[in-house]
Design a protein around this ligand. Structure first.
Ligand SMILES: [Zn+2]
Length: 179
């Protein structure tokens, strides 16, 4: 009787909501310019879509960290995707606050990153060091899942990533930084 239940709870969506929904469908498939296996939706950088009375579209995006050079490419990709679908009057607005957090990245996105060989961002964890307890990023090797990893360079192939090496399988890998 699930269908019947769904019928009774369904409601009519407004034309504006339908319009926004269609825009979401176009832009959520836009790939990340640096890591093409994940989409901007996976990344969680698209925060909102606003449509004014005269049908001007404003897409609100938040960079994964301030000064991310890929943001301009992302803006252009979103604009291009919408223009190709016939949407006009598109504006992309960058909002820095609240700052992007790892929680905004979808589980699907984290999974795809890992399969791509990049360690997905994770929350800082409390670790015990010889002198004191401190907050440190514990980064898991995307190849062998070992937590025995060390940072080699704060910057990888792009400023959004850091270069790590696994102490267990000895393979270097990139880590998607939180900020
Ligand atoms: Zn490893």
């Amino acid at each position: 009787m699930q269908n019947e239940y769904q019928h009774t709870t369904s409601f009519k969506v407004s034309p504006l909501e339908e319009f926004k929904e269609a825009i979401w469908k176009v832009i959520e498939t836009v790939p990340d310019p640096e890591i093409p296996v994940i989409t901007l939706k996976d990344l969680g950088v698209i925060r909102d879509i606003k449509v004014s009375d005269d049908n001007a579209i404003e897409v609100i995006i938040t960079p994964t960290y301030i000064g991310c050079p890929a943001m301009d490419v992302m803006s252009m990709s979103i604009e291009q995707a919408l223009t190709e679908q016939g949407y006009k009057n598109v504006k992309i607005t960058k909002v820095l606050s609240p700052a992007w957090t790892t929680d905004w990245m979808s589980e699907e996105g984290k999974k795809k990153l890992k399969e791509y060989g990049i360690a997905p961002p994770n929350q800082k964890q409390i670790v015990c060091t010889p002198d004191l307890f401190q907050q440190e990023e514990v980064v898991q090797c995307p190849r062998c899942d070992s937590y025995h990893t060390k940072m080699i360079s704060r910057f990888g192939s792009t400023p959004c990533k850091a270069l790590y090496q696994c102490n267990t399988c000895h393979e270097p890998f990139e880590y998607f930084k939180c900020h």
